[in-house]
Ligand binder design. Structure first.
Ligand SMILES: [Mn+2]
Length: 427
């Protein structure tokens, strides 16, 4: 199905008067602080977040998965779903594919379909954490770090194949996430596993087109429960640095041990020009893959504060970042959940944009933590939702994407088109 500008403007009519009132009040409030609201609107409109192809179906846990009806059955239907989210939010203008779950049969046609919906192809993702039916050697005991050179070679070849698929679609980056690790003490030689991983990554790096980036994602545990080969940002940095300038670190919010100071990690990596991409989600206990901003919205704001600082102060050194939502949807309609995540990301970004950095730096230099906190929380507690609505409205999106989605009966129409018992490819 397709959402036309007519569908959306009809729904917007109902909320238009209330929006105009709240937006005018916010513009006035920000003007008193010397902030031009039009510049914020422009910044938000150019901030686009990629939707991963695996987030469009019902998520699940190792205990099971519940169908939600109307799940996309093909790559084309996944792109159609991202098109719906983008039409409503005007902020999801990219899709991130996972190979082999989403191998395009006709790359030209897929590219044209995406372009017609205003969507580009973000990073492509390899998969060496599962065995595929036609695969010769198993990844049960690792992929890029495997003790067997044959298994390592197979995993390297797979990553290079993923790059080739990405090239056909106009993608410019490869994300490598490894499940490699150990479940039992003594199972592996840490140093050798890391050395083998570096050797494999260097081979993949050698096959990167010159205008591509390779993102190295880290994770402290799961599926390996004793040790993970690329366990933290430091290990990721070490590997990226050894590979070369086209290799960067990727921060996934859920891939940290509890209470890790992720904003400090962001500041450190941007200082070194090695932050390549970001995977958004939220968590209470571990890698919970919950809706962005649903558990720790203040942490998200603090992270964005460092991102904005880094983008303003190190733009020449750190490449433009790849933004993606990496979440799972066990109970909610995934499209509704993604709309909520997009809203949370843009809200945190907007809040970070209005932090008075000059005053904040002065408070820091004069060692005034109380004033620094006032400045930070003044930005965080400013209700910027009217700004988000205006940015969407001007771009042709919905004032209230979630309500528009429901009033237009999108899920019901997808179920009518695709059926109730459909499952998307992926986990
Ligand atoms: Mn991730």
């Amino acid at each position: 199905m397709l959402l036309t500008p007519g569908h959306i403007s009809d729904i917007n009519q109902k909320a238009f008067a209330a929006h105009q009132e709240s937006y005018a009040a916010l513009a006035h409030q920000l003007a008193r602080k010397g902030i031009a609201i039009d510049e914020l609107v422009n910044a938000l409109q150019s901030f686009q977040v990629a939707i991963p192809s695996w987030a469009l179906g019902a998520g699940g846990t190792r205990f099971g998965r519940f169908a939600m009806g109307g799940a996309p059955r093909s790559l084309e239907e996944k792109i159609e779903d991202v098109g719906l989210i983008h039409a409503l939010s005007r902020s999801a203008g990219a899709i991130s594919l996972h190979i082999p779950w989403d191998i395009p049969e006709d790359a030209v046609a897929v590219r044209e379909q995406a372009a017609s919906l205003g969507i580009v192809f973000d990073a492509v993702n390899s998969n060496t954490f599962q065995d595929q039916p036609e695969q010769a050697l198993s990844y049960k005991f690792g992929s890029l770090s495997h003790t067997d050179a044959g298994a390592r070679g197979q995993a390297v070849a797979h990553n290079i194949e993923v790059i080739r698929h990405g090239e056909a679609l106009g993608s410019k980056s490869l994300t490598v996430w490894l499940a490699d690790g150990a479940c039992f003490p003594g199972q592996t030689n840490f140093r050798k596993a890391l050395e083998r991983t570096l050797g494999s990554l260097q081979e993949i790096y050698g096959a990167l087109p010159t205008d591509w980036k390779m993102f190295i994602e880290y994770k402290p545990y799961e599926p390996a429960f004793y040790s993970t080969v690329i366990q933290d940002w430091g290990t990721s940095y070490l590997l990226a640095d050894a590979c070369g300038p086209q290799a960067c670190c990727l921060v996934d919010l859920g891939h940290h041990l509890p209470n890790a100071n992720i904003e400090q990690i962001v500041a450190t990596l941007m200082w070194k020009g090695k932050l390549g991409g970001f995977h958004f989600n939220d968590s209470k206990y571990g890698d919970d893959d919950l809706t962005v901003g649903s558990i720790k919205p203040y942490q998200l704001f603090l992270i964005f504060n460092e991102l904005v600082y880094g983008m303003r102060n190190n733009a020449a050194n750190n490449p433009p970042l790849a933004w993606m939502i990496d979440a799972s949807h066990n109970l909610k309609d995934p499209l509704e959940d993604l709309l909520q995540s997009l809203e949370a990301i843009r809200l945190a970004y907007a809040q970070a944009l209005i932090v008075d950095h000059a005053r904040l730096e002065a408070a820091r230099e004069s060692n005034d933590p109380a004033l620094a906190q006032e400045i930070m929380q003044d930005a965080y507690r400013t209700d910027l939702r009217p700004l988000l609505r205006e940015a969407r409205l001007q771009a042709g999106g919905a004032l209230e994407p979630l309500w528009a989605y429901r009033q237009l009966g999108v899920r019901q129409r997808l179920i009518a088109d695709r059926g109730v018992k459909t499952f998307a490819t992926g986990l």
